[in-house]
Design a protein around this ligand. Sequence first.
Ligand SMILES: Cc1ncc(COP(=O)(O)O)c(C=O)c1O
Length: 380
Amino acid sequence: MKKNYLLTPGPTPLPPEVLEALAKPMIHHRTPQFQAILKEAVDGLKYVYQTKSDVYIFSSSGTGAMEAAVCNLLSPGDSAITVESGKFGERWTELCSAYGIKAEVIKVPWGKAVTATDIKSHIAHRTSHIKAVFVTLCETSTGVTTDIKSIANALKDTDTVLVVDAISGLGVIDLKTDDWGVDVVVSGSQKGLMLPPGLGFISVSQKAGKLVNESKSPRYYFDLRAAKKAWEQTDTPFTTSVSLVVALNAALKMIKTEGLENVFNRCKKMAEAVKAAAKALGLKLYAEESYASNAITAVCVPSGIDGEKLVKTMRDTYGITIAGGQAELKGKVFRVASMGYLNEFDIILALSCLEKILHQMGYAFQLGSGIKAAQEVFLK
Ligand SMILES: Cc1ncc(COP(=O)(O)O)c(C=O)c1O
């Protein structure tokens, strides 16, 4: 009998509470009943976002919220900084170019993170005005976390807005939107928030709100002016994903009950356990340790082992789905998630399967050493 386990960086497993909420009978979205649900969802999102600003919900994947950020803040011909240190950072550049925005790309070697100094020195050497800086909280393709606090601090007294892709980081890694002064945070439903894919979220600070009114970019479905106007009536401009919003409240309730800080610590511990296990197995971590993410760990495939086969065998033979490498990392790394509805025993289980397959593939190591190292992290 094969049982299925999901340890990918999205979608993540769905808790029973979320599944139950998804099964509730449909209600109409323009009703007082749904207005109450929507208000509860936005209030809950503000808690996870650590912001007092409104958070808008789109029926889209996370990329929809990224697109909303670009087209609502900037106009054709404007200049912005994008940071490319992995596959998802590149998306900011592609979105800017789709809207005729001049993306000044800071390229960072994969496995490392951009620093506030990199951004400050880039801005200092420009004559054109940089209206926005686009960064990624957790670069899911490499398992690297960016120091958002320092970057926000560097931009605090300027008129440049900071936009953060927290699609794989929200509800996993601490991000103090208001305290740190982050202007726009985009996210999605299918990772730390333990929901199916299908909702995109965006928070907008007052500073960013001004740009929303000034932008000359074409926009319709993702027009934040329409979203704001509708929200003034506790409504959405278009038919929203009613069932997903109902389920969002179930997930947010779980996060509130556990406490945001405890959620961050649980994810951190799981990530530490994966890292400790990888090292005990003699495997190299892809990200430099000082940048390593608590949401996802990328582990280098040892030489002589077929990385794609390893991931495929875990999934197809044993039902345990982890992620392989993306783009230039295809076959070179495997990635284990530590986000959402996962706990220490899910990690132990995945590691035991990993050990079994590495052993079967002829990789030499002491059987059980990875699990032991992980157990020691959890026992601390
Ligand atoms: C950091 C990051 N940004 C953007 C995306 C794209 O999100 P979506 O696939 O929900 O559009 C992902 C998805 O994995 C991600 O991890």
